[in-house]
Design a protein around this ligand. Structure first.
Ligand code: HEM
Length: 521
């Protein structure tokens, strides 16, 4: 047995012991009327089922069975019950009105610090959060994106050229794991737009190291060991300090960026040969550091956060987009016809207004395959969560709110919410036309972007969502003009390792992959 299994076994015994003494009864009592599915295991509660199924599926099935958009599940290792809320009023209450009362959990926050750095996605507290947000926001605004249009098309064309060269070597058509390819372009885009940096089309030494470190982290995250590590950390946050392999591979991503490209960026900026543009992220960060408003550590962590958050999430979304096009050839053909009919490279504004089917495909991919499939928060004080869809309590009474105690873990299952059949009808179906028809009533939907929760909602929503949508459309349009995509028959299961990760059923040990057959159009 290796050291991590020993920790798990020891931890389970310790957890059982501790739970006899700790005050979990109050939280359990307050959640008394919230329905719970059957089938919890003594040691793993419902969490192993959640892990084993495609992400979000277990919550969806339980919510259907229990006819409730708020359920509780039994935590692993005798952890108090976890509340899972999909009800739109409860989600808006947390994410829009009380987001600072619901910090990231003790599992999530140290992971963000290790993996990406103590930057915007990590910071808690209204004052500090707003300070960081104001620091970086202008670099991600539409004007900055408009200025970065030719760089973004440049990165997309470079990807297409590299892929074309690869296809020529393979006789014109081949099977690729498409995530790995599109990640090269998204890394190149954030490199150029954010930092005036050339990642060599996402293929130079730095790029390979960064993408390799991320892949190693993701492979560990989707494995059984990754699951055990998360369960242990949630139960015993102090384990965050131990030198476990599952934690070390997370730290490798940030370290690779800090030791490589971040140092190089600062050196070049100091020599004034950085190729930076007005208001770009690097200029703003370096100026803030020079003015004494941020420390060097914070500066470095913003660089690692934005390089990864800016590239990896969009790459996953693009990979799922191409997979959906491979599975739905009629959608692929219609999209190709639209983007071919537009002559040249659509501007930032035309991308949003002149290509309605590209827009519909984008929204549909982001609805079905949100790169962050759930959020995990903890209430910092007692609260009452309002519900749009009342619960039926144990005595048959109608309950329009749920009281919760401080310390309650709350999961907001983004993917489950985006796929609710009570809202979207044929919700699991990839049907871009739904965005050209009448949309579901607003009061049933999330108040996030486009009535879905993919980019979260409220003051802590995704600060890069316009950046993401822009590069998504540019890269997809470029690839659809030059290539054809076909399904390989692989069955994909959605897993999570910091972000959504596709794995092929039966080939889980190969880590995240999304195989698609590509040929020249
Ligand atoms: C399709 C692509 C993307 C998706 C689906 C996505 C999704 C999300 C979600 C759900 C959150 C909230 C997480 C939470 O509160 O736990 C978030 C936050 C964040 N995202 Fe994105 N994101 C995407 C692309 C980007 C890009 C391109 C950037 C940067 C250029 C970015 C930077 C950030 C940052 C810094 C935060 C933290 C915001 C805060 O706490 O105020 N994201 N994103």
């Amino acid at each position: 047995m290796n050291v991590e299994l020993w920790f798990t076994a020891g931890g389970a015994v310790l957890a059982a012991f501790i739970c006899l003494f700790e005050g979990r009864r109050r939280s359990q009592k307050l959640l008394n009327d919230v329905p719970m599915p059957g089938g919890a295991s003594l040691l793993w509660g419902h969490e192993k089922t959640v892990f084993q199924m495609s992400v979000g599926e277990a919550y969806a099935q339980w919510m259907d069975q229990l006819h409730s958009q708020a359920i509780k599940i039994r935590g692993a290792l005798f952890k108090p019950d976890i509340l899972v809320v999909a009800d739109p009023l409860a989600v808006t209450h947390i994410m829009q009105r009380h987001v600072y009362d619901y910090p990231h959990s003790d599992v999530v926050r140290p992971r963000i610090a290790r993996l990406l750095g103590k930057s915007l996605g990590w910071v808690e507290g209204e004052t500090e959060h707003k300070r960081m947000r104001n620091l970086v926001a202008p670099s991600l605004a539409p004007d900055a994106l408009r200025r970065g249009t030719s760089d973004t098309y440049g990165a997309a064309e470079r990807l297409a050229d590299n892929l074309e060269a690869h296809l020529s070597e393979q006789g014109g058509s081949t099977l690729v794991s498409i995530v790995d390819w599109v990640n090269q372009a998204t890394l190149e885009v954030i490199g150029r737009l954010g930092f005036g940096h050339d990642f060599g089309g996402g293929r130079n030494g730095d790029a390979r190291k960064i993408l390799g470190a991320w892949r190693a982290m993701a492979a560990m995250g989707v494995s059984q060991m990754g699951f055990l590590a998360v369960m242990m950390l949630r139960r015993f946050p102090i384990f965050n300090r131990l030198p476990l392999k599952a934690l070390r591979v997370q730290g490798d991503v940030r370290k690779t960026i800090h030791d490589g490209v971040a140092k190089e960026l600062l050196r070049r900026h100091a020599n004034a040969d950085s190729g930076v543009k007005e208001n770009d992220l690097l200029t703003r960060l370096v100026s803030a550091h020079a003015a004494g408003s941020i420390a060097r550590d914070e500066l470095m962590d913003h660089i690692s956060m934005f390089i990864m958050a800016g590239s990896e999430t969009t790459a996953q979304s693009l990979a799922y987009a191409i997979w959906e096009l491979a599975l739905n050839p009629h959608v692929q053909t219609r999209l190709r016809e639209e983007v071919m009919a537009y002559r040249g490279s659509p501007s930032y504004d035309d991308l949003h207004t002149q290509l309605p089917y590209l827009d519909a495909v984008t929204r549909e991919v982001l609805r079905l395959h949100p790169a962050a499939p759930y959020m995990e928060r903890v209430s910092s004080k007692e609260d009452v969560l309002p519900l749009r869809h009342p619960l039926i309590g144990k005595q048959g009474q109608e309950l329009s709110s749920i009281p919760i105690t401080a310390g309650q873990t709350v999961i907001i299952p983004i993917q489950t919410i985006n796929r609710m059949s009570s809202v979207w009808g044929d919700a699991k179906k990839f049907r871009p036309d739904r965005w050209l028809d009448e949309l579901p009533p607003k009061d049933l939907c999330s108040t996030g972007w486009s009535r879905i929760l993919t980019f979260s909602d409220g003051p802590r929503n995704c600060i890069g969502y316009k950046f993401a949508i822009f590069q998504f459309k540019v890269i997809l349009l470029t690839l659809v003009r030059r290539f054809e995509f076909e399904d390989t028959g692989a069955v994909i299961i959605d897993k999570v390792a910091s972000s959504l990760q596709p794995v092929v059923q039966g080939q889980e040990e190969m880590g995240p992959r999304l195989p698609v057959r590509v040929s020249l159009y």
